[in-house]
Ligand binder design. Sequence first.
Ligand SMILES: Nc1nc2c(ncn2[C@@H]2O[C@H](COP(=O)(O)OP(=O)(O)O)[C@@H](O)[C@H]2O)c(=O)[nH]1
Ligand SMILES: [Mg+2]
Length: 350
Amino acid sequence: MKIGLVGLPKSGKTTLFNLLTGSTIATSRYDAGRAEMHTGIARVPDPRVDRLSGLFKPKKTTYATFEVVDLAGIEKGERTALDAKEFRNADALLHVVRAFADEARGAPDPRRDILDLELELIFADLEVVDRRVERLDVSIKKQRKDAEVQEHAVLSRLKTALEAETPLRAMALTVDEVRLLRGFTFLSQKPILHLVNVEEAGIAQAEKVAERYGLADVAARPHTRVGWVSAVIEAEIAQLAGDEQQAFLADLGLTEPAINRVLRECFALLGLVSFFTTGEDEVRAWPIPAGTRAPHASRRQMGCRSQRSPDLCSSGTPARRCTRPSTWDSTARTARAVRCGRPSVRRPAA
Ligand SMILES: Nc1nc2c(ncn2[C@@H]2O[C@H](COP(=O)(O)OP(=O)(O)O)[C@@H](O)[C@H]2O)c(=O)[nH]1
Ligand SMILES: [Mg+2]
């Protein structure tokens, strides 16, 4: 699964990309910052994995990951850049919104930038829909095919919504419609996280970012989240370790680096949850689609069977069932699947 970073040039996308992926790509203080594209892998910090690792002391600990693409900045009206394949193929969008001062680009206005970007996505989709509807009109006139008539009807509905500036992610679509539309890779259909990039002085009130910048209505939209980060401060936090880091975080009134929360928010935005396997060799968090039944996930993805276990995180002590050698066969791996939070796990049939 892949998340695409989007936003105006110099909003902090590359700074954030480096934080998410642990990369060290040069940021764009001096250049135009428009021509580059980077991809990387982000690791999702998860206290449950740490806890399982502490319990099982495996040779290897593997956290859930997802892919991140950092694309060129998109100026207002420059939506041709949105046509990049990497961008179209993203499963969700992370919109980096500047809320720090930048003399060259004027006073920050997160609400304006969010509404502008949403409109660019909507217009880009409208162009795609219009082109396709025109072709279908011609084709249906020549010879009427049921499938094309059906597609025409669905696209006409989308067109009406887009013309009313409604993003496609806000539309209720049937399973068949979703299937029909999949190939279009519509941009306004992708779940989006608007991440307001605040400066240090803004961190104290950052939890109220939606109120401060008038974004409550944006945050309430379907498949839309509003979050915050201070990318430059997070970069400083990442340079520190141990007590020094803790002291710096405490000074800022934070209990953990904000980037950890951003990583978890991105993971959730992609519709993923973690499924855990444990063993002497490896403790591992597997990304699986939210709503997948644990037995299904374990058999299909990991070749093992799931087992019910109590919540390891809140109780602090593992139940006997978890620490005993497995009582069921694990075919492909010597792994025991342990439930620790979602998704729900049902005991496999004996
Ligand atoms: N003050 C401040 N500057 C930032 C922040 N995030 C990024 N910048 C600066 O903004 C400039 C552009 O950052 P970059 O990540 O390259 O932006 P991009 O063009 O969106 O990829 C760099 O000089 C960064 O140091 C922030 O949170 N606060
Ligand atoms: Mg950049």
